[in-house]
Design a protein. Structure first.
Length: 133
């Protein structure tokens, strides 16, 4: 079952400049920077109350974030939804006709296991399911 919006992911070209921009905008400092090798990204997290914003910057030339920015420019990349069990949600959503980029959870940023739904089945929005490790 979907519990809440976990975070909103924003693709950026320059993580350092974007961190400064969002610190000014949000009036809050970044609380965590992390490399996620499996996704080819460096992430930076901001927290306002119990809501989070994740900045994502490509860490290599093969990164999906690099390709996203080349095709669509910087901006909102995905919406992450918190779930108690990724496996149960994948089964539930597949029965309802949703497709996944991969149904095998992998380690993501901020101590989460993650999977992504394919945007073609979610009105063009990349949706990430997150489960606390």
């Amino acid at each position: 079952m979907i519990k809440k919006i976990e975070h909103i992911g924003i693709a950026v070209k320059d993580l350092g400049k974007s961190e400064i921009l969002f610190e000014k905008l949000l009036g809050a400092e970044m609380y965590k920077r992390e490399v996620v090798e499996s996704e080819g990204v460096i992430t930076s997290f901001f927290k306002i109350a119990d809501q989070k914003i994740e900045l994502l910057c490509a860490s290599n030339e093969d990164s999906s974030i690099k390709k996203f920015i080349e095709n669509r420019k910087e901006g909102i990349h995905h919406i992450a939804l918190h779930v108690d069990s990724i496996e149960k949600e994948v089964k539930r959503l597949e029965k309802l006709g949703f497709e996944f980029i991969s149904t095998t959870p992998k380690k993501g940023a901020d101590n989460k296991r993650i999977v992504f739904l394919h945007p073609k089945t979610t009105n063009g929005v990349l949706v990430e399911l997150c489960e606390e490790i």
